[in-house]
Design a protein around this ligand. Structure first.
Ligand code: NAP
Length: 280
């Protein structure tokens, strides 16, 4: 019988995850099927029970359940401990494990798809302080950038994020929080839009890109539309830019590996990105 996998959330109809996972399931001739499942909080326990009994193989978690999923699993990977979120649930022996593959997916997309590499002089500006920002900063801190600046509409949430991560980095890491519209007096090498601004082309992010050098990267986590409003501004400024498809595919590959023990080949990851772009 086919093993079942899901992405759970509410709403869930927008999810691209079934396209990605079913593509790889077919490529690697696995006897499985991945589907969307819109559920209420009270139904999560049933899903965990099904995983315990091997009735399902595992699942992804999206808005609004990434944070509360922490309470449903037996163990957390370090990625989830640091980011306070779970986007992947899988079973090893009799333990249900929660992981957050967003951060590693983001870093791996930068390195493998976008040829962006960190060093101790890299200045990063992250706009947003919600779930995605926590996932990304949890991985960013492993690469020791010089500055991680957090800009958020609600400045106090940015400060809270920084306080959380200082527990892991100590005081040596230069974290700074500021309000939207803040313009740094130093250059930014990597600017990441971790807000939902620009989604469906609406509510574009109001950001000044003039402090970025021509080789800098503007990374928009939004991927609908494929060419987001922020990417258009970056193009005008002649900067490097991307939407969130690379991260989406790379974080999915990390989930896939946890369920099947198979890491999709780079060529199959790139193939899936081409399909996502075509479907837009
Ligand atoms: P979230 O937890 O709801 O956080 C939303 C963030 O956006 C908060 O920082 C919020 O600021 C900010 N924001 C919302 N509306 C705003 C506005 N009008 N002006 C300024 N800031 C605004 O959501 P999330 O899970 O972090 O997701 C954020 C985005 O990342 C979404 O578009 C999501 O689809 C995308 N994402 C992409 C991937 C990928 O693989 N490409 C993975 C994860 C997420 P306040 O604190 O002030 O409310």
């Amino acid at each position: 019988m086919k093993s079942k996998l899901f992405v759970i959330g509410k709403p869930i109809r927008h999810s691209q995850s079934p396209i990605i996972h079913n593509f790889w399931i077919e490529k690697y001739s696995l006897n499985a099927n991945y589907d969307k499942l819109e559920i209420e909080t009270k139904e999560i326990q049933n899903l965990i029970r099904d995983l315990r009994k091997d009735k399902i193989r595992g699942f992804n978690v999206t808005i609004p359940y990434k944070r509360i999923m922490i309470d449903f699993v037996d163990e957390l990977e370090e990625s989830s401990l640091k980011s306070k979120a779970v986007n992947t649930v899988y079973k090893v022996k009799d333990k249900i494990i929660g992981a957050n593959t967003d951060g590693i997916g983001f870093i791996s997309s930068l390195q493998k798809d976008l040829n962006f590499h960190f060093d101790s002089n890299t200045n990063v500006m992250c706009i947003g302080a919600g779930g995605a920002a926590y996932g990304i900063v949890s991985s960013l801190i492993n690469f020791n950038p010089k500055i991680i600046k957090i800009i958020n509409r609600t400045e106090s949430s940015g400060v809270k994020l920084i306080e959380h991560f200082k527990k892991f980095t100590g005081s040596k890491k230069t974290f700074e929080a500021n309000h939207m519209g803040y313009k740094p007096d130093y250059h930014i090498d990597l600017l990441i839009n971790c807000t939902s601004c620009g989604m469906n082309g609406k509510n574009p992010l109001d950001v000044d890109l003039s402090s970025m050098k021509k080789k800098s990267m503007v990374y928009d986590l939004v991927y609908k539309p494929t060419m987001t409003p922020l990417m258009k501004v970056a193009r005008e400024e002649k900067l490097n830019y991307t939407n969130g498809f690379y991260m989406l595919a790379r974080q999915a590959a990390e989930s896939f590996y946890r369920w099947f023990g198979v890491m999709p080949k780079d060529s199959h990851i790139k193939e899936v990105i081409r399909i996502l772009k075509k479907n837009d």
